[in-house]
Ligand binder design. Sequence first.
Ligand SMILES: Cc1cc2nc3c(=O)[nH]c(=O)nc-3n(C[C@H](O)[C@H](O)[C@H](O)COP(=O)(O)OP(=O)(O)OC[C@H]3O[C@@H](n4cnc5c(N)ncnc54)[C@H](O)[C@@H]3O)c2cc1C
Length: 459
Amino acid sequence: MNTTYDAIIIGTGQAGPSLAGRLAGAGMKVAIIERKLFGGTCVNTGCMPTKTLVASAYAIHMARRADDFGVVIDGRVTVDMKRVKARKDAVSEQSRKGVENWLKNMENCTVYEGHARFESPREVRVGTNLLTAERIFINVGGRATVPPIPGLDQVDYLTNSSIMEVNFLPPHLLILGGSYIGLEFGQMYRRFGSEVTILEMAPRLIQHEDEDVSQAVREILEREGISVRLNASCLSASKRGDQVTVTVDCGSGAAEVSGSHLLLAVGRQPNTDDLGLEKAGVLLDKRGYIVVDDELRTNVPGIWALGDCNGRGAFTHTAYNDFEIVAANILDNDHRRVSDRIQAYALYTDPPLGRAGMTVAEVQKSGRRAHVAQRPMTRVGRAVEKGETQGFMKLAVDADSGEILGAAILGTGGDEVIHCILDVMYCGAPYTVLQRAMHIHPTVSELIPTMLEELKPLL
Ligand SMILES: Cc1cc2nc3c(=O)[nH]c(=O)nc-3n(C[C@H](O)[C@H](O)[C@H](O)COP(=O)(O)OP(=O)(O)OC[C@H]3O[C@@H](n4cnc5c(N)ncnc54)[C@H](O)[C@@H]3O)c2cc1C
């Protein structure tokens, strides 16, 4: 069947549904297409389920630490992985159904379930339906990268998607990739009770962060008994009995690591290879991301790309911000752009790492005259009271203008505290505004103004 719409949206991730809401609300006739799970990665296999699992892992960790707080647990503390998974499933399901019901009941909006493919710059096919529109929005997200490691195809590896079905405790989880996703899974499974080995090709974990941050995170994980193998250029994988063996070249130590299960966490790739983009003439970059301008328009007039598939962000908040930018430009005559946003994200290990703006290494590289302040969490009252003093916080400012250039808060509440810095950065206010702010006691945030009293030149 052929149907004409004012707008077609491909994908119901973090940008598509909200955009459908705005466009349909403005009176446009909208079609939205989903091939798998409503809500996309974040809701089903990404942020929500992982943070729900992190919460279970934190609960068992604190139960094991009960004695530190004078709390007596009479009996063994154990994890029921079936219930851990059930809790995670319930949280995801509520959100997934929320998105699905919202879209299916949305006035002016038709939901198609199936795989969407371009037939031309204005036509998209979903099964037997041919949809036509003057405006097409691509929000297809990404998936886990499977690296070309010899033997990997012979091994039952897990990805962030398939690990969502795990309702048992892997005796020894090998994790390929020491970045955000790998570290979150690593710490959570260690806390559930698995032996965990993280294999990272780079010389350090989360290699885009400053070295002191990488080092502190590594120490936090190792203190919990996680084994970290750096400089691991993985050569091959094989199955030996019920074990998975990964041959690594780590410069030192054993050249092989064996475990019961292998999780791949070596990055993501965009879902742009099966969209028929060549029929629409939409340009991709070398890594398969859709090339967009500052307002997320592709090279083909009338086609936009939002979220992970455009390579301009890899987070739920960047995908959602993409929706806001597109909606503002199309509906509100408000000229919002990708370049308006400040880099910000969190790593949800415990303690979490909250990040905003540049790293200190990036500041140094930029050649700007800068001042840096740093404070260990052992000197933060709130952290001491909670018995969670691992980590530190630091912040860099421009020595001439006072502009805040970047911050890292690795410590309890770091994912929330970072926003008091981020918002001052958005205001474009100098750090002195933050320095003079009266914050609430006792909080981690209250020490940010105090920390700013200790700014020192960055050498
Ligand atoms: C383990 C993990 C943890 C994460 N944790 C966080 C976190 O804590 N915070 C954070 O900000 N981000 C996190 N992320 C990243 C976040 O999930 C993504 O950045 C976000 O979901 C991207 O949203 P999106 O809208 O671009 O795409 P997606 O959410 O991936 O949605 C794309 C949708 O398009 C559909 N689709 C694809 N191709 C087609 C097609 N041809 N036809 C029809 N439908 C199609 C897909 O089925 C999917 O539903 C995490 C990711 C992972 C993997």
